[in-house]
Design a protein around this ligand. Structure first.
Ligand code: COA
Length: 263
């Protein structure tokens, strides 16, 4: 159905594989469009409660935006390319369902930016991260200048963004860019394990939580430029009066497992 992606449903998780292994899964425009479509559809599919994004082949998660497509772009066209990439990654960041990046090799440039747009990142040993755009005379254009600083702090982000240096999985873990480092064989299982735990919770509570976390950042999710604590309180109010909120609190007091409906 897709030409640049492969998708597979496992229980309530959708595994999305970037599927251009001969080009190290470089993110061309077709791939970005298909990815946006998958993420949008995911929001509507009640049976899917979370997703994993990973790369095909054994070398890369994604080695960046497709450099081939940059050749000959006008200033306006390039700005549009950047805006479109940002829009796709906003859709991931603002997904109502948690999305984990399973990083199985190079996550460079747009690949690193894609991983950073996901709610969490888990790396396999041997994974490598970096924003090498300066080496091409460019800069990160899919949100990397913003999200890298949010995730690892301004100083270290600036160093990586202006040197183009790569870091390995252990360093990424030390900098808190990734939550865990696993063996290659355990990478997907670790992601599935985390999502399985989340899937047991109220989908509505998860949606509110993701909204509240995002509200602290300027990410155009409808809560942009608002005080994160204020949005958190507002979402807390909404959750309390929801069916899931009532069911969860009542079930606790009745010493039984809650049956969440997502309403
Ligand atoms: N855009 C387009 N094509 C890319 C690409 C990218 N970002 N990254 C890799 N490829 C292509 C290569 O051109 C090559 O294609 P070919 O076989 O048709 O020549 C293929 O993927 C394999 O890459 P190759 O460079 O031969 O692999 P390698 O193992 O020697 O090196 C990297 C791996 C990741 C170090 C190297 O591919 C690289 O530096 N890629 C670009 C990283 C980058 O600058 N990203 C930011 C882009 S804005």
């Amino acid at each position: 159905m897709y030409t640049t992606l492969a998708t597979e449903k496992r229980n309530h998780t959708l595994i999305i594989t970037l599927n251009r292994p001969d080009k190290l899964n470089a993110l061309n425009q077709d791939l970005l469009k298909e990815l946006k479509e998958v993420i949008d559809n995911l929001q509507e599919d009640a049976d899917i409660l979370g997703a994993i994004i990973t790369g095909a082949g054994d070398k890369a998660f994604a080695a960046g935006a497709d450099i081939q497509e940059f050749i000959g772009l006008s200033e306006e066209q390039a700005a549009e390319v950047s805006r479109f990439g940002q829009q796709v990654f906003f859709a991931i960041e603002n997904s109502h369902k948690p999305i984990i990046a399973a990083i199985n090799g190079y996550a460079l440039g747009g690949g690193c930016e894609l991983a950073m747009a996901c709610h969490m990142r888990i790396a396999a040993e041997g994974a490598r991260f970096g924003q090498p755009e300066v080496k091409l005379g460019l800069l990160a254009g899919y949100g990397g200048t913003q999200r890298l600083a949010q995730l690892i702090g301004k100083g270290k982000a600036t160093e990586l963004l202006i040197t183009g240096d790569q870091i390995n999985a252990e360093e990424a873990y030390r900098l808190r860019l990734v939550n865990y480092v696993t063996t290659r064989g355990e990478l997907l299982d670790k992601c599935l394990e985390i999502l399985a735990k989340a899937c047991k919770q109220s989908p509505l509570a998860i949606r509110h939580t993701l909204n509240a976390i995002n509200a602290g950042y300027q990410n155009r999710n409808g809560y942009a430029n608002r005080n994160g604590y204020e949005v958190e309180a507002e979402c807390f109010g909404k959750a309390i009066v929801s069916e899931d909120g009532k069911e969860g609190t009542t079930a606790f007091l009745e010493k039984r497992k809650p049956a969440f409906s997502g309403k």
